[in-house]
Design a protein around this ligand. Structure first.
Ligand SMILES: [Zn+2]
Ligand SMILES: [Zn+2]
Ligand SMILES: [Zn+2]
Length: 342
């Protein structure tokens, strides 16, 4: 008799019914999944909330998303995905790391995931179970809509996180690059935004021009690659990524738009392992200044030039992923009890 079925049924029970006593006491319910926003075929308008997190491999560099290592455990029909409690700190015990790296156990794999705080600007059904656990569901069919309407409360806007593996993160970064070719300085609602192009790469330390697009013999591809490669300055000797000087075709003070200046209609396409995240044909990336949302049953501007609308202000706070979302899953005992049943 396979053990996975018993495991699966055990984990399907509500947290408080599982109880049991394994080892040094039972770990609390892992709430992380309740905050995850899953992308589907139907595009969702997403407002990204910037955070300020240390880079996974270079903690001195700050990035707007949280990144961490995740393990996959695959054994026959059992598939589990869970946080590596260790990350880059080797003094923290991790059973999966020991299995993979010391015992060369092929059932364990590790990948890195980037976590973004987002607000989904869509209607959701807010479900509260008898234990007080809150979760959100978005109907994918009229039948689901009818069912959710009986069980939950229909609300506009929902905070959560997107979990992006390296392939999906690359696809998002491509979209960000596309966004950054538009200018927020001269943006006027209803008009095509100014187009921004890089005109020079300069030394971030002394300002010396390293590449001038007017005169360079670099190819388009090499120009793009230049911005993400370390270069040693011929004038001062500093080594690092170049600063980019931009020009706008409509104004003199170009300000490239960032991911956080727009509402991004994102969908997931494809099946199984071969999926991609995309802004589907017919959907448009909007500046936050132009976007509208529903509040109390009426349509209001998302952003008035200075502030987000009240319902969004409430949600507009980046997660502290370690303390708020993954605090249970990051415990070294979590995988021992919940994945390996020790
Ligand atoms: Zn690990
Ligand atoms: Zn320099
Ligand atoms: Zn401009």
């Amino acid at each position: 008799m396979s053990n996975w079925l018993h495991q699966a049924r055990y984990y399907d029970k509500p947290a408080k019914e599982r109880g049991g006593n394994s080892g040094s006491g039972t770990i609390k319910f892992n709430p992380a999944w309740q905050s995850e926003i899953q992308l589907t075929q139907i595009p969702q308008r997403l407002l990204f909330v910037p955070g300020d997190y240390p880079g996974y491999q270079a903690p001195d560099i700050k990035v707007p998303y949280w990144e961490w290592a995740r393990h996959n455990y695959k054994d026959g029909n059992t598939f589990r995905s869970f946080m590596c409690p260790r990350g880059t700190n080797r003094s923290i015990p991790c059973t999966a790391c020991s299995m993979q790296y010391d015992a060369k156990d092929p059932r364990i794999a590790t990948r890195r995931v980037k976590y973004f705080t987002v607000i989904s600007l869509e209607y959701w059904y807010k479900m509260t179970n008898s234990y007080g656990d809150v979760s959100y569901k978005m109907p994918q069919s009229p039948a689901e809509e009818r069912r959710y309407a009986q069980e939950g409360e229909r609300v506009f806007g929902r905070k959560g996180y997107l979990a992006l593996g390296s392939g999906h993160a690359e696809q998002l970064f491509d979209l960000v690059e596309q966004i950054s070719s538009t200018c927020t300085n001269c943006m006027v609602p209803g008009q095509k935004p100014g187009k921004i192009t890089p005109v020079k790469y300069t030394c971030p330390k002394c300002g010396a021009v390293q590449v001038d697009m007017e005169t360079t013999e670099l190819s388009g591809k090499d120009i793009k690659a230049y911005a993400t490669t370390y270069h040693k300055c011929g004038s001062c000797g500093f080594s690092g990524l170049p600063d980019v000087v931009h020009a706008c075709n409509k104004c003199d003070e170009p300000r490239p738009a960032d991911l956080f200046d727009v509402v991004l209609p994102l969908a997931k396409r494809g099946e199984g392992k071969d999926t991609m995240i995309t802004v589907p044909h017919g959907s448009h990336i909007e500046f936050i200044d132009n976007a509208e949302i529903e509040e109390g049953g009426v349509t209001v501007p998302l952003f008035d030039g200075k502030h987000f609308s009240p319902s969004i202000v409430e949600l507009y706070r980046p997660y502290n992923f370690v303390d708020e979302v993954f605090h249970v899953e990051l415990l070294p005992e979590y995988q021992d009890q919940r994945v390996f049943g020790r």
